[in-house]
Design a protein around this ligand. Structure first.
Ligand SMILES: *Cc1c(COP(=O)(O)O)cnc(C)c1O
Length: 479
């Protein structure tokens, strides 16, 4: 079998910085297995080749400029091409590019970042977060959570407490434990997941699960009580922890009613189980706070973070370990036989410190909370009038738009229409990156966005909704 592309790779970038898109696509489909991708489809279409980015825009190899309303993948909070972050990486690489933190060694950026993160996590009712365990991703961090939670209960003499409860349509990553904690049916269907002792309850999605006449507040309490039902079904002395995203991201930006999290807190307190807040998307300003539990008023024992901590410039993740767990794990635990080569990677930690410094200097968290976040919400309200839009809601700098076939009856499109993908196609064509989750179009824009750029975004969204409407109308797909 010939493998000529390996022996003589074609010039992918010419001297004048023009890209040979077809050559990149050919090499791509010959050698690169992509995450979450149907490769027959990819080979037929050819991958979109992203070559550079600046502020809130990305550029492809054909010179198209696109407004990136997804912040890469929910992570480029500080926007693209931030010199401060590149400088921090360069300086740290030239000073100490790597050293491990096993066997009683440490490095300065990892220590400084741990202290900084501890100072950013607000104390609630005397419970604080003084400790951090590092990884390189959200998935790894949730694997750490599973091991840490089980170790905690073992140390307390309750080794039968193994069961961790997550939610259907929740997302906690793609490793064995991450995919198991998450509730994505497509992921569970491949590779015999979930692993043992992971259970799921329904998601708190009002539009899908509310009863006729039920208020959002009533629904929020009822949805939280599904956790209590599950705890009782499993046996309260077997349940170790509950894990949830403050606002579900990958599931389609599902924003729970305000009553949901306080009721979850009441239930985990009643049964003494640990609460894990997976804030991989929601922390670092995404919802207008450094950590999202503050917004919803609950008290997690463990917080998963990743993505926004470095604005995605380099991989870094971790777990904020609250006092309750830290006390047992650190004071009584002896050695915790767990760690990653890159736990506390000096370059990743240096970039995270520079990122947090930049966000503080520019007041990005406060801007999202008090200015641009409310402005985005206000502009999203206007979308409710659009004939295709059944619902449009935001929380801080995430938002979702539900596309419906009939506004009056809220009837959904038939699945074979693929309305989300049609809309996404128009977005790409018109220079806007929005993601489709079923019939819901979702956004998570960079936090550096100004009001004027929110207007630019809304103009593009309206244009793409109109184009989608036109296409559906001429295809006779509307009710
Ligand atoms: C993205 C995500 C993860 C997984 O993070 P990776 O860095 O992709 O492993 C976990 N939890 C949530 C809530 C996420 O959005």
């Amino acid at each position: 079998m010939s493998n000529s592309s390996l022996i003589a790779p074609p010039a992918l970038v010419q001297r004048d910085q023009k890209h040979d898109t077809a050559a990149v696509q050919t090499l791509d489909s010959a050698h690169f297995i992509h995450p979450f991708t149907d490769h027959a489809d990819l080979a037929a279409q050819g991958a979109k080749v992203i070559v550079k980015a600046d502020n809130i825009h990305v550029f492809d190899s054909e010179g198209h400029k696109m407004l990136d309303a997804m912040s890469g993948l929910w992570c480029v909070n500080a926007g693209y091409a931030r010199k401060e972050l590149a400088d921090a990486a360069y300086q740290q690489m030239m000073t100490l590019p790597f050293y491990n933190n096993f066997f009683n060694t440490t490095n300065v950026p990892a220590v400084r970042l741990a202290a900084k993160l501890a100072s950013l996590a607000p104390e609630v009712d005397g419970r604080s977060f003084r400790h951090v365990f590092y990884s390189s991703s959200g998935s790894e961090s949730n694997d750490t959570n599973v091991r840490m939670v089980r170790r905690y209960w073992d140390l307390l003499g309750q080794p039968q407490r193994k069961v961790i409860i997550g939610r259907l349509n929740g997302y906690h990553g793609s490793t064995m434990a991450g995919a198991s904690l998450g509730g994505m049916s497509g992921m569970h269907a491949q590779g015999d997941l979930p692993i043992p002792d992971i259970q799921h309850i329904e998601q708190p999605y009002f539009a899908e699960k509310a009863r006729a006449g039920e208020s959002a507040a009533e629904f929020g309490v009822r949805a939280a009580r599904w956790l209590e039902d599950k705890i009782l079904a499993v046996g309260p002395d077997r349940v170790a922890a509950f894990i949830g995203e403050p606002v579900q991201g990958a599931g389609g930006v599902i924003i729970p009613p305000d009553t949901y999290w306080p009721e979850i807190q009441r239930i985990v307190d009643k049964y003494g189980i640990l609460l894990i807040s997976d804030e991989v998307i929601c922390a670092f300003g995404r919802l207008g706070h450094w950590f999202a539990y503050e917004k919803f008023g609950y008290k997690p024992d463990l917080i998963t973070f990743a993505k926004g901590v470095t604005s995605g410039y380099v991989p870094l993740g971790g777990v904020m370990v609250g006092d309750r767990v830290a006390k047992v794990l650190i004071e009584q635990g002896g050695e915790f036989n767990h760690g990653y080569t890159y736990s506390g990677h000096p370059v990743a930690c240096a970039v995270a410190l520079a990122n947090i410094e930049l966000m503080e200097r520019e007041g990005l968290v406060e801007r999202v909370r008090n200015d641009t976040g409310p402005y985005l919400a206000e502009r999203f309200e206007e979308l409710q009038a659009h004939p295709l839009v059944g619902a449009a809601d935001t929380c801080g700098f995430v938002g979702g738009i539900t596309l419906v076939k009939n506004k009056a009856t809220m009837a959904a499109f038939d699945a074979d229409v693929g309305v989300g993908m049609i809309c996404r196609g128009h977005c790409f064509k018109n220079g806007l990156i929005m993601r489709a989750v079923g019939d819901r179009m979702i956004i998570a824009p960079p936090l550096v966005m100004t009001r004027a750029q929110v207007d630019e975004l809304m103009g593009l969204i309206k244009l793409c909704l109109d184009a989608t409407l036109d296409e559906l109308r001429s295809a006779g797909k509307l009710a």
